[in-house]
Design a protein around this ligand. Structure first.
Ligand SMILES: Nc1ncnc2c1ncn2[C@@H]1O[C@H](COP(=O)(O)OP(=O)(O)OP(=O)(O)O)[C@@H](O)[C@H]1O
Ligand SMILES: [Mg+2]
Length: 456
């Protein structure tokens, strides 16, 4: 099994609407602070979520499932993403939306299985022979094309690596140069190169450069101690899905496999059940030998009522398996039919036997004061100037409709203000916007009142 070349396949998260959420905002004793980490109110749900984070961190939560239930716009998705922030990047968090399972190319259960495996981490510790240091130079050395003809070819790359102990110049293969480019290594970064495989890993920017002005959040690491060439315990965090992908795709280039490769024939093109079983077997062996440690992460299935009975059955069974993540569901549905079994009406559209094993966190509607707070935070994040009076008006709209709807009105209102040559949103903009758009509830009312005018 290849682990050297495993690239993380973390999914991009749906965060645009939740970019202000930085965590659960709890104090040391686990109590929710009124306004903290971007979150406002909803204290009981946040505190419950904090307990879940503790359980996950102490590894007592695997194979369990949680349901966030509450009316639309009450912060279910926001709190789930806050859980992800609290867990940090060492614990895998895989977000998905129920409707993602419906694809014409992939089976529903296959989509679920893939996401399941994205949510299960493996921490592998291996002692490896490496070259490590701060990069002092990367110079491709070219020569005339030996085959005659035009152009030059890169014969090797000169890379300088510096540690506290000294400096070493390495002459590297062009294939390693490719890996260096892929990792976007520049002079001043701390990297290591594995002696056996030639795999390159960028650890971060050397902290000698920590005063550099840069906007991106950079990870700074100290200048490595010891020699450039050494043996070191390397810790790799991968997910089972990363392993599936790395072992399924036939890859060119540095095709040097780790010890695991004896057990699994490479050159597969597809992730099959068989491949997964083989990987599980090797993973279990690694765990038994103490080389690897399982890190159960979180699979977050938003809008879970979109799943059908087949998916629920599959999930229920998967939760029973020995390697299972924590699953967090979210839904805004009350009693409704289960998809695929429309004759069964069930709470939240979830089969009762699955419901029975869930812990449920409820989210409650916000007061207008809380909505105004949240709107204020969103306005700051989106760079919108808005006066108190307009916030008050938007808060009222939020109470009548949903928070999400009120948040959505911020950008169009600021656009109106701009058109009128103002830099700040005024109440008249909010009022004008309300005249232009309808929220779901009032639109439904209108439909009912004028039903004779619409096609049926
Ligand atoms: N307590 C809160 N503090 C700060 N922002 C919040 C809070 N609750 C919700 N929000 C923000 O309000 C908007 C709507 O919330 P969110 O999408 O989390 O609701 P939801 O419960 O998932 O709704 P739905 O059932 O429609 O999916 C988002 O932009 C979210 O980030
Ligand atoms: Mg949601």
């Amino acid at each position: 099994m290849k682990i050297e070349e495993v690239r993380s396949t973390t999914k991009a998260q749906r965060v645009a609407a939740h970019s202000h959420v930085k965590g659960l905002g709890l104090d040391d004793s686990g109590l929710a602070i009124d306004v903290a980490a971007g979150l406002v109110g909803q204290k009981a749900a946040r505190e419950a979520a904090g307990i879940i984070v503790d359980l996950i961190n102490s590894k007592r939560m695997a194979g369990r499932a949680l349901l966030m239930a509450g009316p639309p716009g009450t912060g279910k998705t926001a709190i789930a993403l806050a859980i992800a922030q609290e867990l940090g990047n060492k614990v895998p968090f895989c977000p998905m939306v129920g409707s993602e399972v419906y694809s014409s190319e992939i089976k529903k259960t296959e989509v679920l299985m893939e996401n399941f495996r994205r949510a299960i981490g493996l921490r592998i510790k291996e002692v490896k022979e490496i070259y490590e240091g701060e990069v002092t130079e990367i110079t491709p050395v070219e020569s005339e094309n030996p085959m005659g003809g035009y152009g030059k070819t890169t014969t090797h790359v000169a890379v300088g690596l510096k540690t506290a102990r000294g400096l070493k110049k390495l002459k590297l293969d062009p294939t390693i140069f490719e890996s260096i480019q892929k990792e976007k290594v520049t002079v001043g970064d701390v990297i290591y190169i594995e002696a056996n495989s030639g795999a390159v890993k960028r650890q971060g920017r050397c902290d000698n450069y920590a005063t550099e002005f840069d906007l991106e959040a950079e990870e700074y690491v100290p200048l490595p101690k010891g020699d450039v060439h050494k043996k070191k315990e390397i810790v790799q965090d991968v997910t089972l899905h990363d392993l599936d992908v790395a072992n399924a795709k036939p890859q060119g280039g540095q095709d040097i496999l780790s010890i695991m490769s004896m057990l699994i024939k490479p050159k597969k093109t597809e992730i099959t059940d068989k491949l997964r079983k083989e990987i599980n077997k090797v993973v279990n062996k690694y765990i038994d030998q103490g080389i690897a440690e399982l890190v159960p992460g979180v699979l977050f299935i938003d809008e879970v009522h979109m799943l059908d009975i087949e998916c629920f059955t599959y999930l229920h069974r998967a939760l029973e398996s020995s390697i299972a993540p924590i699953v967090i569901f979210a839904t805004n549905r009350g009693r409704c039919p289960i998809r695929g079994a429309e004759d069964i009406i069930s709470p939240h559209g979830i089969p009762v036997d699955l419901l029975d094993r869930l812990m449920i966190i409820r989210t409650l509607p916000y007061s207008s004061a809380e909505m105004i707070q949240i709107l204020k935070i969103r306005a700051t994040v989106e760079g919108i100037n808005i006066d108190e009076e307009s916030l008050l008006a938007l808060g009222e709209i939020g109470v009548k409709t949903t928070l999400r709807y009120a948040v959505q009105l911020l950008s169009p209102a600021s656009l109106l203000a701009k058109v009128s040559g103002r830099t700040s949103v005024k109440k008249q903009d909010v009022e004008e916007i309300c005249g232009l758009f309808r929220d779901a509830k009032s639109s439904a009312k209108l439909l009912l009142a004028q039903s004779d005018k619409y096609l049926k």
